[in-house]
Design a protein around this ligand. Structure first.
Ligand SMILES: [Zn+2]
Length: 553
């Protein structure tokens, strides 16, 4: 049975999986596909392509359906322009396949591989398993040869469909996959030929086709002047133009579901044209699909991103546990745009996630379904999650105050009410809290503990203030502090000053004094009017440091 059970909550993933099964035919294996060009860093917007398809594959896997997540790398697309920060000499490679352009950073075999590899690592952390296909390898192996022949033989039918959708101003003419179209009249059928070789001499696609006499394409290269020929029955160094390449591979791979970014999904775009081509030329029903919206980001002022501003999955995984990053994508409708916020929102996000995890223990609804999809996969099981769940805000504020090692933070965390037996119990969250504090919290919001006492302030204490500090230091134990007694002491000092007991209910005067006392402590300890929770701060600093900062030398 390949459907969700009766009475189960359903979401966009359920519906997309139903559509994919319907497309494949009940009982048949299902292929769901994503595609991406490795022309640059795969940022968080591109990640939606991978995760959208992954969630559908995972749902089918859960149902026991035989499913394959096929990921197609468009690495046989041309290198279009040299981005800022890369040696301008790379303009030499414009027009060559991304897989044939050397890696300017020198760490990978090619430009394409340089951008594939970090994404692969991040996807493995996210529990995404997929079958990767390189279009370079596919074309060079000749596996598309008969599909290429079909496209060439049906080039008039293809041109009729393309022409119907071609507008004066092609909205996709500036896209990464777009071909360079030579300036020729629309009557020149060779200029609209659906297949393009790479130059046999210089490897670029800067060719004018000069003739086609089946099976040979004749061309001349505008850059190197080479006059070459390409035999479609035996040569392999060429590809279908991308609006034709896409539907060809849907048919070749029998793709049952493939979504697309909204920019591809508008009328007249490559995706809608592709739908007509796959049915009209390649004889297969269009895959089930939907368009998905943009994913942006915020709060990265401090970050130095590998993506030149646009954060990647690897960047996000430095501060978010893998299930939480998955959750951001699965909980939204695909048509809903959203931002991933690296600023103070991160703290609230973790709180919300922890609350949902507690709810999932007793309830099951669509929000809990999203939690389940984010927390585990059918093949990998539960993704890494801390054995001892400590609120992110607590970890971050201890990391902030101590500015110390994971071991030191772990010791303090144990004393502020979160017992655990080792640093590992707090991972993978602890290192993310440390990264977030050091890499994303603006310096103006960081807590900097004073190194020496504020002698000016200590010399001008009012008599009330002196009393508060004396009472605090008289009662403050030596040795390791625990958060409960420290909490009751910090709140209790103004009560003692009014002659009340430590555990007395606070009067209005006491409440006003507490506010003033707390500000005094922040002033003297961290040189600000506010900071992390005082008991946490005091426990983290330890009694010796606290005494030294609250006592005039
Ligand atoms: Zn050439």
């Amino acid at each position: 049975m390949a459907r969700a059970g009766q009475g189960e909550p359903t979401d966009w993933v359920t519906r997309a999986a139903d559509d994919a099964v319907r497309h494949a035919g009940e009982g048949n294996p299902v292929t769901v596909s994503s595609g991406a060009s490795p022309s640059g860093p795969v940022h968080l917007g591109n990640l939606r392509e991978f995760l959208t398809v992954h969630f559908v594959a995972d749902e089918l896997h859960r149902r026991g359906v035989q499913v394959r997540h096929l990921h197609v790398w468009d690495d046989f697309d041309r290198f279009r322009r040299v981005p800022a920060g890369v040696d301008p000499a790379w303009s030499e490679h414009i027009g060559r396949p991304l897989s044939a352009v050397p890696d300017p950073w020198g760490c990978h075999d090619s430009w394409a591989e340089h951008f594939k590899e970090p994404l692969r690592t991040a996807l493995a952390d996210l529990g995404v398993e997929m079958e990767e296909v390189s279009q370079t390898e596919r074309y060079r192996a000749g596996v598309y040869r008969s599909a290429v022949r079909t496209a060439i033989e049906q080039r008039d039918a293809i041109e009729a469909i393309l022409a119907r959708h071609r507008t004066k101003k092609d909205p996709e003419s500036d896209e990464s996959g777009a071909e360079e179209e030579p300036p020729v009249g629309p009557s020149d059928e060779l200029a609209r030929f659906p297949f393009k070789p790479y130059c046999s001499s210089c490897g670029r696609d800067t060719l004018d086709l000069t003739g086609f006499s089946d099976p040979v394409i004749d061309y001349s290269c505008r850059v190197c002047g080479n006059h070459g020929r390409f035999d479609i029955d035996s040569d392999t160094d060429g590809k279908l133009v991308w609006k034709v390449d896409w539907p060809m591979r849907w048919a070749f791979e029998h793709v049952d579901f493939e979504p697309a970014g909204m920019d591809h999904a508008t009328p007249g775009s490559s995706f809608t044209v592709g739908h007509e081509l796959v049915e009209g030329v390649f004889g297969m029903p269009r895959p089930a699909w939907f368009g998905y919206a943009f994913v942006g980001f915020a709060g990265v002022q401090k970050m130095s991103s590998s993506a030149g501003g646009a954060p990647t999955a690897a960047d996000a995984l430095r501060i978010l546990e893998p299930p939480i990053l998955r959750w951001l994508y699965v909980r939204r409708q695909p048509r809903q745009a959203f931002n991933i916020d690296f600023g103070p929102e991160v703290v609230r996000l973790y709180d919300e996630w922890d609350a949902l995890g507690r709810k999932a223990e007793t309830k099951r609804d669509v929000a809990v379904l999203a939690f389940e999809r984010a927390a585990a996969t059918a093949s990998a099981g539960t993704l890494p999650t801390p054995r001892v769940v400590v609120p992110f805000r607590t970890l971050a504020s201890v990391a902030d105050v101590t500015a110390g090692s994971a071991e030191l933070i772990s010791r303090v965390i144990g004393r502020v009410g979160h017992e655990h037996s080792s640093v590992d119990d707090l991972e993978p969250r602890l290192s993310r809290a440390i990264h977030w504090t050091t890499e994303f919290v603006p310096d103006s919001d960081r807590t900097v503990v004073r190194e020496t006492p504020d002698t000016d302030r200590l010399a001008t204490l009012s008599s009330r203030e002196s009393t508060w500090l004396r009472l605090l230091l008289d009662e403050l134990p030596d040795g390791d502090l625990d958060v409960e007694p420290v909490t009751s002491l910090v709140y209790g000092v103004p009560k003692l000053a009014h002659g009340l007991a430590l555990d007395a209910g606070p009067t209005d005067e006491v409440k006003a004094d507490q506010k003033e006392f707390f500000r005094l402590l922040y002033n003297l300890l961290v040189g600000k009017d506010r900071g992390p929770r005082l008991p946490t701060l005091i426990v983290a600093l330890g009694p010796e440091k606290v005494r030294s900062l609250l006592t005039a030398p």
